[in-house]
Design a protein around this ligand. Structure first.
Ligand code: NAD
Length: 439
């Protein structure tokens, strides 16, 4: 199949490279000229494990190319995927669909022959109808159908998620889109993957409902963690005890500083807003959003308490800035709010992240970035783990302790065991741990 991928960001680039790897001919088109020039020169604009190799192999094989020009890419395509961003709209929190609509308008004039237009971006219910209307208005003669094919990949594991998904959801209103979509996913389909055809509106909602559910699950265990602290129980034990129940499952039951990232915050909010507009409010998700919002600054209060109730003039070393490990994505990362709140309290911040510091520099002010965990703890009053990169799991605590001014470790991801850290003379504060062990 000849595929045109409009938008070469985290989703477009990974999807495009994976489709090319399946054997399709893929052109990724982006309005960002620097990004396209870089990609042509073999520079991958994001950190995603394995992506550089996948892009290089498929570029070399001639199945993958990059362009800023839509004309040829779209007119030759059997399917045009829209994978542009849908951030929160400033001011009201609805999904900002301006990029999706602009892309629909731009591709319309170039459509030639029967083309399936596939929305891969996360969009509210009814967006497919509007994309269809825009294209028809711009090019009444175009022969096309609009399909919803939401993407469920996770940054940091994007390639394996794309190639081995739990399910592929395809929402269509016209049967004639089905053969093209089956052909596109055939390499996966052959392995009897659960490919699921639904109405276009259902597919659009499946994506939001899934993300909202996962965000709610995280928020649930975060509240349980707070309750554990109040009642002297251990959230790790509670989560394990719950997760072994197959109806619940162990994933997304890790207590932490609150969810962040490029999807959950904006998607939960967009669902809340869309549901209110439909006069069918989703109160569980409204509460999830509110609880999560307050959690990040609450984490800063926890850190301040560990520092004796005051951080003015103190140096706090922050390990991990990205919203999760194995990505360089800083969008809505909890570290941003935690650091801001600490700075509001008068703290000086030193920080280190294996991949996120370049983006972090653009978002954080007055932060001193170091080259390693050991460099940033020099003379620090406390060390805070915000993101659980593997490289932070086996730190030399003796060396860290000797370098620090005082031995305080606040572990917002519970990657250390209380006893082990306390053995090195630290005050250790985790999330949802019993007071007795938390020192
Ligand atoms: N990032 C994720 O983990 C993830 C996972 C699943 C779904 N999604 C959804 O996928 C969509 C894309 O997310 P992302 O993280 O890849 O975004 P992104 O910001 O990384 O990439 C979007 C790209 O689209 C380009 N673009 C914008 N308008 C364009 C236009 N008119 N023509 C061509 N290119 C254009 C931008 O330059 C940018 O490179 C969003 O709707 C998001 O919710 C993201």
């Amino acid at each position: 199949m000849r595929i045109s991928m409009v938008g070469a960001g985290y989703v477009g680039l990974v999807s495009g490279a994976c489709f090319a790897d399946f054997g399709h001919d893929v052109v990724c088109v982006d309005t960002d000229e620097d990004k396209i020039a870089g990609l042509r020169a073999g520079h991958i604009p994001i950190f995603e494990p394995g992506l550089d190799q996948l892009v290089a192999t498929n570029l070399k094989a001639g199945r993958l190319s990059f362009d800023t020009d839509l004309a040829a890419a779209v007119s030759d395509a059997d399917a045009v995927f829209l994978a542009v961003g849908t951030p929160s709209r400033r001011g009201d929190g609805h999904a900002d669909l301006s990029h999706v609509y602009a892309a629909a308008r731009q591709i319309a004039q170039f459509l030639k022959g029967f083309t399936v237009v596939v929305t891969k971006s996360t969009v509210p219910v009814g967006t497919g109808d509007e994309v269809e209307r825009i294209i028809r208005e711009a090019n009444p003669a175009a022969d096309f159908t609009v399909v919803s094919n939401p993407e469920f990949l996770r940054e940091g594991a994007a390639i394996s998620d794309f190639k081995r998904p739990d399910r592929i959801v395809i929402g269509l209103n016209e049967e004639r889109a089905r053969p093209s979509m089956e052909e596109i996913y055939r390499p996966l389909y052959l392995n009897a993957l659960p490919i699921m055809f639904t109405s276009r509106r259902s597919a659009e909602l499946i994506k939001y409902a899934s993300n909202a559910f996962l965000a709610m699950k995280i928020t649930f265990i975060n509240e349980m963690a707070d309750l554990c602290e109040a009642l002297d129980a251990d959230v790790q034990e509670v989560a394990r005890g719950m997760g072994l129940d197959q109806r619940i499952g162990s994933k997304f039951l890790h207590a932490g500083p609150g969810y962040g990232g490029s999807c959950f915050p904006k998607d939960t909010l967009a669902l809340v807003k869309a549901a209110q507009d439909a006069a069918s409010p989703v109160r569980l998700i409204e509460t999830t959003v509110a609880v999560n919002d307050t959690r990040k600054r609450a984490m800063a209060r926890k850190i301040i308490a560990a520092c004796g109730g005051n951080v003015r003039g103190k140096t706090i070393a922050v390990l991990g800035l990205t919203f999760k490990p194995n990505t360089d994505d800083m969008r809505e990362a909890p570290s941003l709010a935690v650091i801001q709140a600490l700075q509001d309290g008068g703290a000086r911040i030193r920080a280190y992240d294996p991949e996120g510091m370049e983006s972090a520099r653009q978002l954080l002010e007055n932060v001193n970035f170091g080259r390693s965990p050991y460099e940033i703890v020099e003379g620090a009053d406390a060390l805070v783990i915000v993101t659980e990169w593997d490289a932070f799991r086996a730190l030399d605590l003796d060396r860290i302790g000797r370098a620090m001014k005082s031995r305080v470790l606040v572990d917002l991801r519970n990657i250390y065991r209380t006893e082990k850290v306390e053995k090195h003379g630290f005050l250790y504060v985790g999330i949802g741990r019993p007071k007795a062990n938390d020192g």
